[in-house]
Design a protein. Sequence first.
Length: 401
Amino acid sequence: MTEAYIYDAVRTPRGRGRKDGSLHEITPIQLASQMLGAIRDRNDLDTSHVEDVVLGCVAPVGEQGADIARVAAINAGFAETTAGVQVNRFCASGLEATNMAAAQVMSGQSDLSIGGGVESMSRVPMGSDGGAWPVDPDVAWNSYFVPQGISADLIATKYGHSRDDVDAYAVESQRRAKAAYDDNRFKSSIIPVKDIIGMTALDHDEYMRPETTMQSLGALKPSFVEQGAFGFDSVAIQRYPEIEKINHVHHAGNSSGIVDGSAAILVGNKEIGERLGLKPRARIRSFASVGSEPTIMLTGPSFAAEKALKRAGMSKADIDVWELNEAFASVVLRFMEALDIDHSDINVNGGAIAMGHPLGATGAMILGTVLDELERSGKSTALATLCIGAGMGTATIIERV
């Protein structure tokens, strides 16, 4: 099998996913196009060599519809021979897209591809694409459907994570993100987003709240009590009868933020890199996606990580740095327990609780973040993973070269 290498990884800063967010006036096609342009310009890349662009997008409708990957490539001025495809694996879409680009290379069907993702949550709100799962009673009944916030609280209840536990994790995420910014750890990967007249619209993650404390979080009311009372707590308990009552501990301060953003990762084989004068940054060792129980929903990352490790012929001890999307604090706490990972080894630069989660782009963003961390720290291997709606997990292992 051909080896796949990461040659470059870029991302936008994350803009608050509201009408007053700095990226609200930037269309999703522009977010994606600017990241593709950055990949081209940073590597002096003849885009006729890029065979495909694979972009994740969770709400591929309206401005994000019509195969945004192909249209973004055209809009960015890529060669007309560059194909494009949009994919949706919910929150892991950006990582899945990168894995698909890598799979093309590893199978010998492409020499050079780009993976990544885009989501403008301020312009195309979450859930805009609809779907039968939450709204068709027959489908919802068969899967014991509950909203993700209920799933996060179910995890906290089942595995004994208190309100103090999840709030303490959130405070630490904010602290780590600020420390990373103070140390300029994201500087080489963040590409400032330009507006229509070429002025910088945003050059930093604007969702961060470094002033967060246990006291300020303690003043917030749990976000999912009303959903639970509407009947979803009963559904979760029906699926998990050992639970007597859901302990609602999650709120806006210990859950991922709604933001806008895009990311792109250049992946190719060794020969194309040598021919184009590209320097490989990491080798993709393995990747995996799994299904998991859909009511608790968010426990898939540990199973995906174990599968990716097995495929790579590696053990947990072989991974130096771990990155798990901070969809909710309990998701990370459970992952650390399931795989016996020390907090000092995971999400070392903060995560989506501090910086936000632009659904279709986050997977590619965290893969780039963990690659930067390997280079900064001089460490060798990393595993990036995400929990996913409807009960799934996706994981990717990379090795610095």
